[in-house]
Design a protein around this ligand. Structure first.
Ligand SMILES: [Mg+2]
Length: 226
């Protein structure tokens, strides 16, 4: 079975930092449509810290590395996103203690654990117009690949990016019930959730770095990856 090395995961985190820093202003603009406009800045502050502290991060194994990243994210990402993203990384870290590589089923379990942690932490459900509306279909997509015995990471990435892209469009017209955007109620309809856009943008950039050809469907993701 093809394994995903620690090096691949390290690359994915560095790519994510580039994605988030490049879109700092754009993600703030998106958040400003229905929220307080701080999302891009909150996330960028966290990933800027990851970049700055990168060389000193314990990389003896995947779990140690993700645990340190979860701490940096919790400490530096502001607003409601810090505990949410931090919990996601921490749950993934707990499943990868001592590991130097993971299989696709193990990666699937990491995403599943992150989702459980995020749900326990923030109380959001599917359809509440939060990043869970991207993470849940991504998890289901990974499960399908595992059940089919298809362990090709590139193919899985492409389908996950597709699922996240679809989530941007499918949730655009929902009214937010959780997170900061819920405070403006109806004003949140007809605007994409910046967290969902961020997840879809990160996946599209992972595809690009992995040599997977794919054209984004949601206009926000196309703009964020242009
Ligand atoms: Mg905000």
């Amino acid at each position: 079975m093809a394994e995903i090395s620690q090096g691949t995961i390290e690359q994915a985190i560095q790519t994510t930092a580039e994605t988030v820093l490049r879109n700092e202003l754009y993600f703030c603009d998106l958040d400003g449509l229905a929220g307080d406009g701080d999302f891009g800045n909150s996330l960028a502050t966290g990933f800027r810290a990851i970049k700055n502290e990168w060389d000193g991060i314990d990389k003896s194994n995947i779990g140690a590395m993700l645990l340190k990243i979860s701490m940096i994210v919790s400490k530096n990402v502001g607003g409601s996103s810090g505990p949410i993203w931090g919990t996601g990384f921490m749950k993934a870290a707990m499943l990868t203690r001592g590991k130097r590589a993971v299989t696709l089923p193990e990666l699937t379990d990491m995403v599943g654990a992150a989702i459980e942690g995020i749900q326990a932490r923030g109380g959001a459900q599917r359809g509440d117009k939060t990043l869970l509306d991207a993470l849940l279909p991504i998890h289901e997509t990974l499960q399908k690949h595992c059940e089919a015995g298809d362990t090709d990471l590139g193919a899985a990435l492409k389908d996950c990016a597709e699922a996240a892209d679809k989530a941007v469009d499918e949730t655009r017209n929902l009214v937010a019930h959780r997170g900061r955007a819920s405070q403006v109620g109806e004003r949140s309809a007809n605007t994409p959730d910046p967290g969902i856009v961020a997840i879809a943008t990160i996946l599209q950039d992972w595809c690009k770095h992995h040599g997977v050809e794919r054209t984004p469907t949601a206009p926000e993701v196309a703009k964020a990856t242009a």
